[in-house]
Design a protein around this ligand. Structure first.
Ligand SMILES: NC(=O)C1=CN([C@@H]2O[C@H](COP(=O)(O)OP(=O)(O)OC[C@H]3O[C@@H](n4cnc5c(N)ncnc54)[C@H](OP(=O)(O)O)[C@@H]3O)[C@@H](O)[C@H]2O)C=CC1
Ligand SMILES: O=C1O[C@H](COP(=O)(O)O)[C@@H](O)[C@H](O)[C@H]1O
Length: 508
């Protein structure tokens, strides 16, 4: 299938031969996500036979050590030793300090050799799996040391965080745009690679049932939860400068909001989807320093009630008086015709009781309750639940007649769960995104306009919270978050649908 991406015709089914140059090749992300994803692509035949990878980092490794490292990271995925050996033979390593100009010359020489050896046509994917402060320097060197000057494509894949506020993101963007066109910049938001996040569009636009109801006449509120059981682990240093607002809300949560709120695009081409997402971001009601606390609340976990888990302030590399939030809940309003008056509630937190990401679309009550007028029992509202992870599926909560003579109803669920086989075949988010970047499909990457708009929304919240110390800790580890998050919905007459009651595979 041919589709258009950033003005270029792209054949979706074929991955062109290309050289991946990975900065940060000895790091955690590369080991846990990138090598396993490359291996899965390779095993499924999605990498062109002429692929090659150069890993770089400061460590004085050679090809053999690097290949062993890659092998260890994928060994659990297969018993086929020959296949692994063939796979890792495509990997090359160059010790390299990103701020040292000389090492880019060596890198260019090796890249040119591999281009020739594997017939890669000069196609290059520069993957920056490194701390963000290096992104600009690397992009500059790639251009000025002529690594991008080839006959093929030169794409920059860039990890989050993209800046820490709007001005820093603008600065970074200006810096990388000196070397790369916007169409060649692939900003990763790994939530956009998740199967069920990608499914939001299909649920909305491939079902006559939903799209006509997808507005403020029929939907009362939408709730998006991404809860994690883990704390900050070893990432205290980074997290102290970020917090849940910048770590999760600015990117993953607002991306999901935009997919739910956008107007139908005129086609599924990336430019068309992107412009609708941008329009959605632009219609989010902006907050002011005075209104932030009406719309957003924050939390920080303390020790668990049984004393088994540390509080955030006791974690490694965390200030014992830290004012950093590990939990955020908020209400996003859209001032447009479709969504006027419908709150989009979002919440995300670390050290919650459950690892779960779900979207609950709550429909309005029917105009009149014919069933329970005498005893005033209420009908359950219809819900559409999109299970993003760990289960993948959709559940529709309806009311049906209770068996027997009485005219009463029971809540019932219609569930579709991705089966075990589907899940095994479901590409990991990173696998999909790397594949997309190689094929030049930027649909599931964030465009600069989206990044800028989401930072301007979040910056006001960050500023209000910076200026005002919170009464932390305000929820014990392994509980559902601060009371204020419940009150946020109660004041609108709603409540958070309990995640453990929304299983995908339970039928009444
Ligand atoms: N880990 C994760 O789960 C996630 C990470 N990310 C993002 O991915 C990026 C990488 O994260 P992560 O892998 O965890 O980080 P790590 O700290 O584990 O890895 C950093 C890498 O950078 C290399 N490095 C550091 N300084 C230099 C230098 N001056 N010159 C050359 N190489 C250098 C390190 O190798 P060496 O010491 O050998 O030089 C290492 O390979 C970050 O932007 C992070 O925010 C995003 C989402 C999830
Ligand atoms: O980007 C991030 O995401 C993870 C959560 O990702 P998930 O796929 O496991 O839901 C989060 O733990 C991390 O802090 C954040 O940087």
């Amino acid at each position: 299938m041919i589709f258009k991406s950033g003005g270029i015709n792209v054949n979706k089914s074929e991955t062109p031969a290309a050289l991946t140059i990975l900065f940060g090749a000895t790091g955690d992300l590369a080991k846990r996500k990138l090598y396993p994803s490359l291996y899965r692509l390779y095993r499924k035949g999605h990498l062109a036979s002429g692929f090659a990878v150069i890993g770089t980092a400061r460590r004085e490794w050679d090809n053999d050590i690097f290949r062993e490292h890659v092998k260890k990271s994928v060994i659990e995925l297969t018993t086929d030793q020959d296949q692994i050996d063939e796979f890792i033979s495509h990997f090359y390593y160059l010790p390299h300090d990103v701020s040292d100009s000389n090492s880019y010359i060596e890198l260019r020489t090796l890249a040119n050799e591999l281009d020739h050896q594997y017939s890669l046509g000069g196609n290059r994917l520069f993957y920056l799996a490194m701390a963000p402060e290096f992104f600009g320097t690397i992009a500059d060197h790639l251009k000025y040391d002529n690594l991008t000057d080839t006959e093929g494509f030169g794409r920059l894949v860039i990890e989050k965080p993209f800046g820490h506020d709007l001005p820093s993101a603008q600065e970074l963007n200006a810096q990388i745009r000196r070397s790369f066109d916007e169409k060649d910049i692939y900003r990763i938001d790994h939530y956009l690679g998740k199967e069920m996040v990608q499914n939001i569009e299909s649920i909305r636009f491939a079902n006559a049932l939903f799209e006509p109801l997808w507005n403020n006449r029929y939907i009362s509120n939408i709730q998006i939860t991404s809860s994690e059981t883990l704390g900050v682990e070893e990432r205290g240093g980074y997290y102290e400068t970020s917090g849940a607002l910048k770590d999760m809300v600015q990117n993953h949560m607002l991306q999901m909001v935009s997919l739910l709120a956008m107007e139908p695009p005129i086609s599924l081409q990336d430019d068309d989807i992107r412009s609708e997402k941008v329009r959605a971001f632009r219609s989010m009601r902006p907050l002011t320093l005075e209104t932030v606390n009406e719309y957003f609340v924050r939390g920080q976990y303390g020790p668990s009630e049984n004393g088994n888990m540390l509080g955030y302030r006791e974690e490694l590399n965390v200030n014992p008086e830290s004012n950093t939030e590990t939990y955020v809940a908020g209400k996003v309003m859209f001032d447009n015709f479709r969504w006027a008056g419908v709150p989009f509630y979002i919440r995300t937190g670390k050290r919650m009781p459950l690892k779960s990401t779900k979207i609950v679309v709550q429909f309005k009550n029917i105009p009149m309750n014919l069933y329970y007028r005498s005893n005033e029992q209420e009908l359950e509202p219809n819900l559409l639940v999109i299970h993003i992870q760990p289960e993948e599926g959709i559940t529709l909560h309806l009311n049906a007649k209770r068996a027997g003579h009485q005219l009463q109803t029971n809540p019932v669920k219609l569930s579709y769960a991705n089966s075990g086989t589907d899940i095994m075949n479901t590409p990991e988010a990173y696998e999909k995104l790397i594949h997309d970047a190689m094929r030049g499909d930027s649909t599931n990457f964030t465009h600069w306009d989206e990044v800028a708009l989401s930072w301007s929304f979040v910056d006001v919240i960050a500023e209000a919270w910076r200026n005002e110390k919170a009464p932390y800790p305000n929820y014990p580890a392994s509980t559902t978050g601060p009371k204020a998050a419940d009150e946020l919905l109660e004041q609108d007459g709603f409540f958070w649908w309990p995640l453990d009651m929304l299983d995908v595979d339970v039928c009444n």
